[in-house]
Design a protein around this ligand. Structure first.
Ligand SMILES: O=C(O)C1=C[C@@H](OP(=O)(O)O)[C@@H](O)[C@H](O)C1
Ligand SMILES: C=C(OP(=O)(O)O)C(=O)O
Length: 412
């Protein structure tokens, strides 16, 4: 457990953020499918990326993706194209995260996949494919996780007849699908996306050097600190305005919550907007679910009522993130209230109250979720806090605590 304090109310310094884990993991899969190696600069140092790199270079029969969702989903599709029999497993939590939508789609393409424990969940046994990809039309429900779709898209150009993917229902996390297609395009693979259909012809990936941009989801924790600080002069290096990451929408979100972004040659500079805050901040996180915890804590810290939609997928991530936010925000007197469904069927969650950090440091549990630890850390601006199992941050941002110390946090 860490005890965290911020003894002054200002925020200044310079942080060089590590590479995006989402972009890195796509790049590694594409390189594995490419047949020719290419250099990757600024690859993420996230554990999820290390795991993927390890699994791709392993010949082991049992491969463990740990807690890494993209690693598990991307490897499921990748191994379906490979000879031999492999077992793909993960943590106890991974065994509760659904995979049936992807397995059904891969089976319809000819993959030979068996569930080793519970139907619809990891671990999987992936056997040699049978006429894999002879059929090239697949329907897939798009409302659970975009990672299934990205996993299929990346193998699509290597299939004998390519792939025509029909997305069924509401598309969650759409910018991650766009990220996948944009990276595939960088490596020479064309696609056509019309309405609910994405078509990819059989094509070869072209090897080219690749530079990974810094992680916008990781940047969000500094924006939260900037929202809580009285004065801000903070530089975050490695980020681009023209980003592959949907989470770059953070700059826009945070202008409403008091943080001004100025792009420069190195990345972004953060300062205060000086504008007054809204009483209520309404936002739909369907396109950027990984920002939801950060912004929930920002609203709590500022005493702005958050009114959020698009949180449905949060329940199947590293933990049930809605339940975790509810439990932990209660420790600073903030409520997470699920409203009745609106007429158009939208589920609204209200984040209500102003966080008060009690004199006896509150202890925040992290539920094996890196984003719980990182989203709650900025509350140290309001008093001493404690974070359980701080090492969870390794999943996406192993240097988080080191970097926090460099901007004036006392961590013991
Ligand atoms: O494709 C990706 O890199 C990701 C997609 C999102 O997941 P879902 O599509 O399951 O929402 C996101 O939450 C996750 O952190 C990374
Ligand atoms: C949801 C996340 O990751 P994954 O689904 O890849 O485990 C995340 O990093 O917030």
């Amino acid at each position: 457990m860490y005890s965290i304090r911020k003894t002054n109310a200002t925020l200044s310094g310079e942080i060089t953020l590590a590479g995006s884990k989402s972009i890195s993991n796509r790049t590694l899969i594409i390189r594995a499918l490419c047949g020719e190696s290419f250099p990757i600069t600024h690859l993420a140092n996230a554990k999820d990326t290390d795991l993927l790199q390890g699994l791709l270079s392993s010949n082991a029969i049992v491969r463990d993706a740990g807690a890494a969702g993209t690693t598990f989903r991307f490897m499921t599709a990748y191994l379906s194209t490979q000879e031999g029999i492999q077992v793909l497993t993960g943590t106890e939590r991974m065994k509760q995260r659904p995979i049936g939508v992807l397995v059904d789609a891969l089976r319809s393409l000819g993959a030979n996949i068996e569930y080793l424990e519970e139907e619809g969940y990891p671990p999987l046994q992936i056997g040699p494919p049978n006429a894999f990809g002879r059929n090239n039309k697949v329907q897939i429900s798009a409302n659970t996780s975009s990672q299934y779709i990205s996993a299929l898209l990346m193998i699509a150009p290597t299939l004998p007849n390519g792939l025509v993917l029909e997305l069924l229902g509401k598309i969650v996390s759409r910018p991650y699908i766009e990220m996948t297609l944009a990276q595939m395009a960088y490596f020479g693979v064309k696609h056509e996306w019309k309405g609910q259909f994405i078509r990819i012809e059989p094509q070869d990936y072209q090897a080219r050097p690749f530079v990974v941009e810094a992680d916008w989801s990781a940047a969000s924790y500094y924006y939260a600190m900037a929202a809580f600080a009285t004065e801000v002069d903070l530089q975050l290096n490695g980020l681009f305005e023209d980003s592959l990451q949907g989470d770059a929408v953070l700059t826009e979100i945070m202008t409403h919550l008091g943080v001004k972004t100025t792009f420069n040659t190195q990345g972004v500079h953060l300062s205060k907007t000086g504008l007054s805050l809204p009483a209520v901040f309404e936002y739909d996180f369907l396109r950027c679910p990984d920002l939801a915890q950060t912004i929930a804590v920002v609203c709590a810290g500022l005493g702005v009522t958050g009114r959020f939609t698009g949180l449905e997928t949060l329940r199947i991530k590293e933990t049930d993130r809605i339940a975790a936010l509810d439990q932990e925000l209660a420790k600073v007197g903030v409520k997470v209230i699920e409203e009745k469904l609106s007429a158009d069927g939208k589920a609204f969650f209200r984040i209500e109250g102003k966080a008060v950090v009690p004199a006896k440091a509150p202890e925040f549990a992290t539920y094996e979720d890196h984003r719980m630890a990182m989203a709650f850390a900025p509350l140290a601006f309001f008093g001493e806090i404690k974070i359980h199992e701080p090492e969870v941050v390794v999943k996406s941002y192993p240097d988080f605590w080191r970097d926090l110390r460099t901007v004036g946090f006392e961590i013991a």
